[in-house]
Write a protein that binds this ligand. Structure first.
Ligand code: SF4
Length: 235
């Protein structure tokens, strides 16, 4: 049996992963993989990994405050602030920014924000090197503009340039699916993702998830819901 946390119907108040005396369903990952979880904890015992994990946990807690009216927890920091907070916690001063060319304007703003907050920044755009996609074996039909020069995204070079620049922490901005994977594989420094690429949804892939009951119902093999008058419910 495989772990199926995504399908767990238990509430946070009873889940075994959220409560010391909690419970889990038959497909519970906490119950199925006790040995793996114990092995994983050996990693946290390594000094550098343990420090990183502890600071990430401290960062998580610092991202909330209590609403003065209700006393309830509320988030107080956007991700870009958390990213800089975390760098300060870890003592990182030199940040790598690996970005997509379609987000050049945003990369410029982010680079300046980091610098204004006291960090050094090394930034590298995806097309660095200007290497034609033909070098990956792509034909004209597989390119966007036919049989003309078309530079490939070059995430391995992005990672290696930041490695050579001795960045202490790398921030990904809008790298494509797959290109981000290669960057993460080749980066020597720990990484975080400030934003992911979604060409259609303004770099907000969850928009398709939030509207899975309506416009994006087709992702689940369903038609657009229809109301009582027979009109599309999401028009
Ligand atoms: S670990 Fe178990 S209890 Fe927690 S979400 Fe996964 S299945 Fe549910």
């Amino acid at each position: 049996m495989d772990g199926q946390c995504a399908l767990c119907g238990l509430s946070n108040s009873v889940r075994i992963c959220k409560n010391e005396e909690g419970k889990g369903p038959a497909f519970c990952s906490t119950k199925l993989y006790q040995d793996v979880i114990e092995q994983a904890f050996e990693e946290y015992k390594k000094e550098d990994i343990g420090t990183f994990a502890a600071e990430a946990a401290r960062q998580e807690a610092s991202a909330y405050s209590h609403d003065p009216r209700t006393g309830m927890l509320m988030p107080i920091k956007p991700r870009i602030v958390e990213t800089m907070d975390f760098c300060r916690r870890m003592g990182y001063r030199r940040i790598g920014l690996a970005f997509c060319g379609a987000l050049h304007t945003e990369a410029s703003v982010i680079s300046n924000i980091f610098k204004e907050n006291g960090f050094e920044v090394v930034s590298v755009m995806c097309k660095v090197g200007g290497v034609d996609k033909a070098n990956l074996g792509l034909t004209g039909e597989e390119k966007l503009r036919g049989d003309t020069f078309e530079p490939m995204c070059n995430p391995i070079s992005q990672a290696k340039i930041l490695n050579a620049s001795h960045t202490e922490f790398n921030v990904l901005l809008g790298l494509c699916v797959g290109h981000d994977s290669l960057f993460l594989r080749y980066s020597e420094a720990m990484c975080t993702v400030l934003a992911v690429k979604d060409r259609l949804l303004g770099h907000n892939p969850l928009a398709a998830v939030y509207t899975n009951h309506s416009y994006y119902a087709y992702l689940s093999g369903k038609s657009l819901p229809v109301d009582e008058e027979g009109a599309a419910a999401a028009d």
